[in-house]
Design a protein around this ligand. Structure first.
Ligand code: ZN
Length: 282
C-alpha cells in the first residue's frame, strides 16, 4: 500500500478530504481513521479554510469499517486522539474491544462531529454501516442518485454501528426498519426520512457539493462555528449523546456475547464477504 489512505486538497475556502482506498471501496481501517483526523485537523488549523467536504474516491463513498482487507490493522498501535484511555493493543477480550472502539469509532466520530467548521459529506454508491457514521457526523449530506445506504450489523447480532445516531438521523420508525431488515435504502428514501440535504446527478456530485460549500463559505467563520454548536447542543438535548452512550454499552454486550458463544469471534461469524453475500440476497 503505497497510496495515502486520505487525500487533502484545498479549493479556495473549501478543504476537500477524500478517502482513498477505492480498490477496497474505501473500507475504513485505523490508518485511514488517523489520516482523516490529520486532514480534518489541518483544515481546522488553516484560517483560509471555511468549509470541509468529506468525499470518497471511486465508485463508492465507503463500504464501512475494514473487516476483511489485507490492510486491516485492528492490532496496530496508533496514538489515541479522541479519548484518554489505555491502548487496546495486547489487551484481552472486552478490554481490547472497548478500548479500541471507544477511541477509533465512537470517540473519533464524536470528535469529528465537533469540528468547528461546517462539514459536508459528498456521497456516491455504497455508504454502508461504519460509512453511515462518517456521513452522519458531517453537518450536511449531499448524495448522488446512485447512493445507497444500509446498517446490516444486526446480522452479527449487534444492535447497530458504534455511533448509534440512527433514531436521530432517521426517526425511530425508520431506524427500526433499517436495523431490523438490514436492507439497503436508496438516496430518495433517505431524503424522505430527513437524512439527506440534497440528491444530485452522479456527474454533478462534486460541483454541486462545492457550490453548496462555496455558499456557506461566504458566512463569517465564528458565526458558523457558534451556529453549529447551537444545533449540535440541541441534538444532544434531544438525547442523542446519552442515548448513544447507552447503545454503546449494548453494542459491547453483543460483541462479548458473540465472543462467548462462538469461541472468541466478536463479529458473530460474519466477515466482509458473508455480509456482502447476505446484502445481495436482500
Ligand atoms: Zn463494534
Amino acid at each position: 500500500m503505497t497510496e495515502e489512505p486520505v487525500r487533502y486538497q484545498r479549493i479556495g475556502p473549501v478543504a476537500v478530504v477524500t478517502m482513498n482506498r477505492p480498490e477496497y471501496r474505501n473500507a475504513q481501517n485505523s490508518a485511514m481513521t488517523y489520516a482523516l483526523d490529520a486532514a480534518f485537523t489541518r483544515a481546522v488549523d488553516d484560517d483560509e479554510v471555511k468549509v470541509i467536504v468529506l468525499a470518497g474516491e471511486g465508485k463508492h463513498f465507503s463500504a464501512g469499517h475494514d473487516i476483511g482487507t489485507p490492510g486491516r490493522d485492528v492490532d496496530a498501535h496508533f496514538e489515541n486522539k479522541a479519548v484518554l484511555w489505555w491502548d487496546h493493543v495486547g489487551k484481552p477480550g472486552g478490554d481490547q474491544r472497548y478500548a479500541r472502539e471507544a477511541e477509533v469509532y465512537l470517540g473519533m466520530c464524536r470528535r469529528w462531529r465537533e469540528i468547528p467548521k461546517p462539514t459536508i459529506a459528498s456521497v456516491q454508491g455504497a455508504c454502508i454501516a461504519g460509512a453511515l457514521m462518517l456521513a452522519w457526523v458531517c453537518d450536511m449530506i449531499v448524495a448522488s442518485e446512485d447512493a445507497f445506504f444500509a446498517d446490516p450489523v444486526v446480522r452479527m447480532g449487534i444492535p447497530g454501528v458504534e455511533y448509534f445516531a440512527h433514531p436521530w438521523m432517521l426517526g425511530p420508525r425508520a431506524a427500526k426498519e433499517v436495523l431490523f431488515t438490514g436492507e439497503r435504502f436508496s438516496a430518495a428514501q433517505a431524503k424522505e426520512w430527513g437524512m439527506l440535504n440534497r440528491i444530485v446527478a452522479r456527474d454533478d456530485l462534486e460541483t454541486e457539493t462545492l457550490a453548496l460549500a462555496g455558499k456557506i463559505a461566504e458566512m463569517p467563520s465564528f458565526g458558523l462555528a457558534l451556529t453549529k454548536k447551537a444545533v449540535n447542543q440541541a441534538e444532544d438535548l434531544m438525547g442523542m449523546r446519552p442515548g448513544m452512550d447507552s447503545a454503546f454499552g449494548l453494542h459491547h454486550f453483543a460483541h462479548a456475547h458473540n465472543a462467548e458463544v462462538s469461541g472468541g469471534d466478536s463479529l458473530g461469524g460474519q466477515d466482509a464477504k458473508s455480509m456482502a453475500a447476505a446484502a445481495r440476497k436482500a
